[in-house]
Design a protein around this ligand. Sequence first.
Ligand code: AR6
Length: 193
Amino acid sequence: MPRYPIGPAALELIRGDIVAQTTDAIVNAANERLAAGGGVCGAIFAAAGHRRLAAACRPLAPCPTGEARITPGFALPARHIIHAVGPVYRRADLAGSAALLAGAYRSSLEVAAQHGLASVAFPSISTGIFGYPVADASSVALGTVRQFLTSPGSLRLVRLVLWDQASLDAYTAAAQATGLAEARAVSSPKETP
Ligand code: AR6
């Protein structure tokens, strides 16, 4: 599991299921209506409890693309859900797509910090139904997280939870390309002979 220290915090990349995360908050790859959908969103609504989560989302909608809203986690292990709206990928507007995707991550991190949260887990926003190529999305995601964590705040752990090996590989490559250095494994002290 790659782990990269950034100031007093750490960025982790793991393969797994977002709904199982025990971080203070998990992030939902949401739509502007904050309504139940497929992918991560469908899994989160099912695991949190569809009726209560839909009722909590209704007064917070619409949420513009590039922004985020927070609700309780209800039946999830995480206490909060941060609903982030990533863009539908537009090849004709690469810079606009990247700015909106960065906005979705940054807004989520700001919401987490405003609530004094220490840990948050993200899925790979926009790289499923919204069609954003994971090689491009991963560098936007990691660059945004890295920049945010360099300023002091409550967050100590940001975890990217990747569903498939190809996504984990893309994020790991993006971390290296961004110049993030992996934490070295702590070795047990050598015994003196
Ligand atoms: N845990 C972690 N990652 C997952 C999981 C899971 N349980 N399930 C899927 N993924 P998507 P988007 C991965 O489509 O592209 C919804 O209908 C998936 O393999 O969930 O932002 C919303 O309501 C992919 O790599 O989100 C919106 O309308 C990544 O999560 C729309 O889809 C994101 O895939 C949002 O589309």
